[in-house]
Design a protein around this ligand. Structure first.
Ligand code: WTA
Length: 655
């Protein structure tokens, strides 16, 4: 973090958009003025302009019961209708909604008219299975068009989806199904990853059957998309093939309008405790801000652009910027199933050339891994279609920013570094291409209609040039409406620190111009390759292993992944002998964490130690472990109960 601060203190390069770009840009400087003059009026205008309402709203914001917001709450709409049917009615049904490319090279281009038909059929399938308004549907799918169809079909009938990333384990899936009490799971036999089929259905079977064979309570059916063609076990009566159900279903379906605050989805994300939080989003406000930001932050010209966001639909970026934002705006996008290096390291760039992608949105960790491979790989492809580049998920270091601009953006495409969270639902802080002179490494300013501040520990706004904590001090349309089933946790986690403003959990600094530089999480949440992981969640996975007595997990700076998981583990006395017989105990525990949570949570390093550094009150001093994991000199140890313990641990680690 210190090197990052040093870098950014010396970062004074500016990249203004070309006059030509600015002249054609969707966002004009007047947007900021309009929003500043009348913030609520501005959002009401966006909601009316960007969406179709069945019953127009008359109330913009109801903040009478903070922190529970209601936006546009006397209006009604159908989210799927807004993403599909209305485009067909407007005469652009022949426009491609999704160019889909499978990892083995198979592809499909699906128009808005075709996607609308599929979603209508799927909505009928769901209704036929007894799913209705408010019911929860878990979606555990690879990056295939059916994932989008499933999400929109759930939305169309007023039900609530809970998408679980396909890389999560059976245990993670099960706890999410349990928490949301899902009635239906939509999955696939398998999907393609790294040149082979990676099965998904077995994890669903394991989640639903339970480890001890106890049948899961709430799930009535499992819909299975055929994608990997791998063999699957079949549970008669419970399991149904998606293609058979779709074939039998009618393609006629009239969308029903639901109130703007009807829940749209739950998405689980890591917090500071071991239990993931089900972040709840609703319909009208969420869709307004997703559509607004997708259009203005990416300078979308829907009739000519080809947009590509590389995020998986299992993350919020996939929800807002693969599904809801782009489809509400009638955009044409690329969706790719597989990994970037399969079958060759230039696959992404080949796809950009093939589909003439003009707007490209990805994460700093991906950019850094391409930097490592070298610019000769992207330079083999024609990337001249690119006009806007986006970054999301973690701070982008100025070096990666410059590489992105020069090598991918031909030293011309504006870069938007977009700060937001699962909880915020949509982009909150970003440059606007065509307006902002970009600074490498800074997310810059709140978008029009959004108010953020950097404050000190007492909640007082800091001066330009100083650092502090990022807060959002006015409610926003796509804000989370709570944590599923736990309103108290929602208040405590986000609203109690400063009383009446939203605490994001990120450190930030204002530069001399008042631009915002994000500095990473200030809590026990790690950011590994742009994915959120909690130290507590991995610690509890480790101690769930019968050999482990205690563990402490820290996020250590990593050149490629931003942060990496490093674990310190104490083996139980009673298991020392058994543990010694395992040649690679660290490897075994890494595998264990992978099974418990998912491969992304596997620690980079596991150190077996005899003790952990604790304060006299018993709190683990992670700061010291982080120093050790990052190879720094160990900081102040005077508050340790046993001041020698760090020496013992560091001797062990260096061995
Ligand atoms: C981090 C992903 C710096 C931040 C959309 C935040 C960022 C967390 C940026 C949310 C950015 C995201 N610059 N940090 N442009 N974007 N973050 O919920 O720490 O998966 O709190 O949402 O990612 O991660 P989440």
């Amino acid at each position: 973090m210190n090197t990052q601060i040093d870098n950014l203190l010396h970062e004074n390069r500016r990249f203004a958009p070309s006059e030509e770009f600015a002249a054609k840009a969707v966002a004009q400087p007047s947007l900021y003025e309009e929003a500043a003059a009348d913030r609520l009026g501005f959002w009401a205008n966006q909601a009316r302009e960007l969406l179709s309402w069945e019953k127009p709203f008359t109330r913009t914001l109801d903040w009478s019961n903070p922190p529970f917001a209601k936006w546009f709450d006397d209006g009604t709409l159908n989210v799927a209708y807004n993403c599909l049917d209305r485009h067909v009615e407007a005469g652009i049904g022949d426009r491609v909604a999704i160019h889909w490319e499978g990892e083995p090279g198979d592809s499909r281009s699906i128009t808005y008219a075709e996607l609308t038909d599929e979603v209508k059929r799927a909505a009928n399938v769901l209704t036929g299975l007894g799913i209705g308004k408010g019911d929860r549907v878990a979606i555990y799918l690879p990056m295939i068009p059916e994932a989008v169809v499933a999400m929109l079909a759930v939305a169309r009938i007023g039900a609530i989806h809970s998408v679980v990333f396909g890389g999560f384990s059976a245990d993670s899936l099960r706890s999410r199904i349990d928490d949301a009490e899902a009635k239906l799971v939509i999955t696939a036999d398998g999907g393609w990853r790294k040149g082979k089929v990676s099965p998904l259905k077995p994890a669903v079977d394991q989640a639903l059957n339970g480890k001890d064979g106890d049948p899961q309570g709430t799930v009535e059916h499992v819909l299975v998309v055929k994608r990997g063609e791998n063999d699957v076990e079949w549970n008669e009566g419970r399991d149904l093939w998606w293609h058979e159900q779709m074939q039998a279903a009618s393609a006629e379906h009239t969308p029903e309008a639901f109130e703007a605050e009807n829940p749209l989805y739950i998405l689980y994300t890591s917090g500071t405790t071991g239990k993931p939080k089900g972040i709840l989003h609703t319909s009208g406000g969420y869709l307004t801000q997703a559509a607004f930001t997708h259009k203005y932050v990416f300078d979308l010209h829907a009739e000519s652009d080809v947009y590509w966001c590389t995020a998986d639909i299992g993350w919020v970026t996939g929800h807002s910027y693969v599904v809801y934002g782009p489809l509400a705006n009638g955009a044409t996008q690329l969706m790719y199933e597989g990994t970037p290096e399969t079958p060759h390291p230039g696959r992404w760039w080949e796809l950009i050339e093939k589909y003439k992608v003009s707007i490209f949105y990805t994460a700093p960790t991906a950019i850094r891994s391409f930097m490592k491979i070298g610019r000769q790989v992207p330079q083999e492809f024609d990337l001249s279609s690119i006009r806007v580049l986006g970054s999301v998920g973690e701070p982008i270091n100025p070096e990666a920013w410059m590489w992105y601009r020069k090598v991918i953006g031909a030293d011309a495409a504006p870069i938007v570094d977009t700060w937001w969270q699962t909880e915020t639902g949509a982009i909150m802080v970003s440059a606007l291409p065509g307006i902002t002179a970009a600074k490498p490494g800074s997310a810059q300013v709140a978008i029009p209609g959004i108010s953020v501040k950097v404050v000190d520990e007492a909640g007082k706004p800091v001066e330009n040039g100083a650092g502090g904590l990022l807060v959002i001090d006015e409610p926003w349309p796509s804000m989370l409406r709570g944590i599923w089933g736990d309103p108290e946790r929602y208040k405590e986690t986000y609203w109690e620190k400063f009383g009446d403003v939203y605490f994001a959990g990120d450190g930030a600094r204002l530069d001399e111009d008042g631009d915002i530089w994000l500095l990473g999480r200030v809590d026990d949440v790690m950011n590994v390759s742009g994915h959120r992981l909690s130290t507590a969640e991995i610690e509890s996975a480790l101690v769930a292993n019968e050999m482990v007595a205690e563990s402490a997990v820290v996020g250590a700076t990593d050149d490629t992944t931003g942060q990496a998981v490093v674990a310190f583990v104490i083996i139980k006395q009673s298991h020392l002998d058994a543990a010694e017989k395992i040649a690679d105990i660290a490897g075994a525990l890494r595998g264990w964490v992978g099974e418990q949570i998912g491969p992304i949570a596997r620690p980079r390093d596991i150190f077996i130690v005899n003790e952990l550094p604790k304060t006299r009150s018993g709190k683990i001093m992670r700061r010291l472990l982080r120093d050790l994991a990052e190879g720094r000199e160990i900081g102040d140890t005077t508050t340790l109960a046993d001041t020698m313990v760090m020496k013992v641990i560091s001797d062990k680690v260096k061995k």
